[in-house]
Design a binder for this molecule. Structure first.
Ligand code: CTP
Ligand code: CA
Length: 228
């Protein structure tokens, strides 16, 4: 497949993309995670690189080939992802948070493998909230920086996604219905609605993740002030 990609639309721009799903360790052999494959974020990183951007891809545990000419940073946990995003955001024009970040992590990480106990048929895990990465970086956002979030929802897609634009001070959110397995986690295709802070929205066709990525690149190049 070759893509008629938005050539050079993002020439000279520094773009940070996060992808994959964080893993939150419980003990040396176990962790909590989610169903994100990283395919959407990797497709965005590739499309941005082809469009001429200087791309840093922060990958949370994605088992995917590294796109050409992209700087790859690997992280495991939400805490590591936060540190890397903070380091890279300062000099970025655009941050695209496609990673699925664990909302909670185990309160303690056992240093040895946790054993069953003889009389306990149930066990309770204590979890603590992870920091909200988008909210954290929004605090240091310069007016010419653009921040894009993702919202994967199983219900009330647009209402939930709209709330996240305001809560996280986003310029744009990519809303994704993950109740439909043709377009959700780990699928090859996607269908999303781009929702803007001003209430505008556009829905894509059901198409490859690379095609969705190209649409996002075109929107970013056309819509935002850094391009002017
Ligand atoms: N996100 C983040 N930091 C977190 C959790 C999520 O930066 N700790 C980002 C995700 O990368 C995504 C956006 O916030 O771009 C929305 O993630 P989502 O899980 O849909 O929203 P939450 O705010 O976590 O709300 P909830 O899961 O309760 O719906
Ligand atoms: Ca969440």
């Amino acid at each position: 497949h070759t893509y008629e990609s938005p050539r050079q639309l993002l020439a000279g721009k520094r773009i940070v993309v996060t992808a994959g799903g964080t893993q939150e360790p419980l003990d040396p052999v176990r962790y909590l995670t989610n169903r994100s494959s990283g395919k959407m974020g990797y497709a965005i990183a590739e499309a941005a690189q082809v469009a001429g951007a200087d791309v840093t891809l922060i990958s949370a545990n994605a088992a995917l080939p590294t796109p050409s000419n992209v700087k790859l940073v690997r992280v495991q946990t939400a805490a590591e992802l936060l540190t890397s995003v903070q380091q890279n955001f300062a000099t970025a024009d655009i941050l695209i948070m496609a990673a699925a970040v664990a909302d909670y992590r185990p309160k303690t990480v056992a240093t040895q493998k946790i054993k069953k106990t003889a009389n306990n048929e149930t066990m309770t895990l204590q979890l603590v909230r992870n920091p909200d990465i988008l909210k954290t970086v929004a605090a240091s956002k310069e007016p010419n920086q653009v921040i894009v979030g993702f919202a994967a929802e199983t219900n009330d897609l647009l209402a939930n996604a709209t709330k996240k634009i305001a809560a996280k001070k986003l310029d744009l959110i990519v809303a994704n219905d993950v109740s439909n397995h043709q377009i959700g986690f780990n699928s090859e295709n996607n269908q999303v609605t781009f929702l803007f802070a001003n209430g505008e929205k556009t829905k894509t066709a059901l198409e490859s993740k690379r095609a969705v990525a190209n649409e996002l690149i075109t929107i970013l190049a056309n819509k935002f002030s850094f391009n002017e």
